[in-house]
Design a protein around this ligand. Structure first.
Ligand code: EPU
Length: 303
């Protein structure tokens, strides 16, 4: 969506929000699928309540994009303006075992920054792509680590009140790839409490996780990580593999040869290629195993 109303553009600028016209969103997502839209880059968290009110008053539909690593966007011109948080400086601040992290920060970089301060616990998350905010929203996890374990406080823009609020960790439900945040809440800053560990011990853990990941996941291809959540007690990847679906494709959307729960953009896949592949695999898994797989990837669709 384009914003062309000059009064609205002036009001957006007056809030300190940067307007970027006609941005290619494929370049902002790890799947490299997505059309174009205007992007509003938020430099100061405090401008969010005013900005969202302004967009509502002017009936401008909007969506918030985090690190872009777990999302499937439509092609063509999107029917929403896209909001994004600009990176803050510094991104990470330390107070003893407490770490205050800006939610636009990259997850992997945060893990290594904490390691350099002898703070561990997050080693399992090292190769998970995306931002701290996205990791929080999904309660990202790998190799026995889930970020929710370490969350003590989160500053969010709360859609229900239109205000910036601080939630205690105990007020938030962190479940397997699911949290109690509302879909239109926006994560701003998080306080994590991390266990002390020596840098060399953390590096050793990071190396082991990196090796496991390299051996089992298609890291240098365009994907959104696992496309489905694992069903309770099961493995979506193993079931899809057992069905012989590695390499199965719709257009340029393809089931990875390396890990069957990773769906790859092998060229110029569109959202509809990927959705057709997801639907086809889900149907086949249901037919064989009687299990309805749930998407882990967040799909932006017009309701
Ligand atoms: N398997 C196969 N074929 C495959 C893939 C897996 O037989 O193509 C088998 C493996 O051999 C293993 C089992 O399935 O016995 C489980 O596989 P894996 O260890 O790769 O873990 P996963 O359950 O497929 C989960 C997370 C990953 C996370 C890894 C490591 C989900 C949906 N996936 O994968 O997270 O990196 O464990 O902890 O929970 C993500 O969330 O995007 C993601 C990639």
């Amino acid at each position: 969506m384009r914003i062309s109303d000059s009064n609205l553009l002036a009001a957006i600028a007056a809030l300190g929000v940067e307007h970027k016209a006609d941005v290619s969103l494929a370049q902002k997502t790890s799947l490299e699928i997505g059309g174009t839209s205007d992007v509003l880059l938020i430099h100061k968290h405090e401008s969010l309540p005013g900005l969202i009110q302004l967009l509502k008053d002017n009936q401008v539909p909007h969506r918030f994009l985090g690190g872009g690593s777990n999302v499937l966007l439509p092609d063509g011109e999107l029917p929403w303006v896209v909001l994004q948080l600009a990176r803050q400086d510094p991104e990470v601040r330390f107070e003893g075992n407490n770490v205050f992290v800006d939610c636009a920060a990259d997850l992997g970089r945060t893990v290594t920054t904490c390691a350099k301060h002898d703070l561990g616990g997050l080693e399992g998350l090292i190769g998970v792509p995306g931002s701290i905010g996205g990791a929080l929203r999904m309660n990202a996890g790998a190799y026995g680590t889930q970020i929710g374990t370490y969350v003590r406080e989160v500053k969010i823009y709360r859609a229900a009140t239109g205000q910036i609020e601080t939630l205690r960790g105990s007020e938030i439900n962190f479940e397997y790839r699911h949290t109690s945040f509302a879909p239109d809440d926006i994560m701003l800053t998080v306080r994590l409490e991390l266990p002390s560990k020596s840098y060399s011990e953390i590096l050793q853990g990071i190396r082991i996780c990196n090796e496991k990941r390299r051996a089992s996941q298609p890291l240098n291809q365009k994907s959104a990580g696992c496309i489905f959540k694992n069903p309770p007690g099961g493995s979506a990847g193993r079931m899809i593999d057992e069905l012989g679906l590695k390499g199965h494709s719709v257009g340029d959307a393809r089931v990875s040869d390396r890990h069957a729960n990773f769906f790859i953009n092998a060229g110029h896949a569109t959202q509809s290629d990927m959705l057709a592949l997801i639907a086809d695999v889900r149907r086949r898994v249901h037919e064989r195993y009687g299990i309805e797989l749930e998407e882990e990837v967040i799909v932006w669709k017009e309701q």
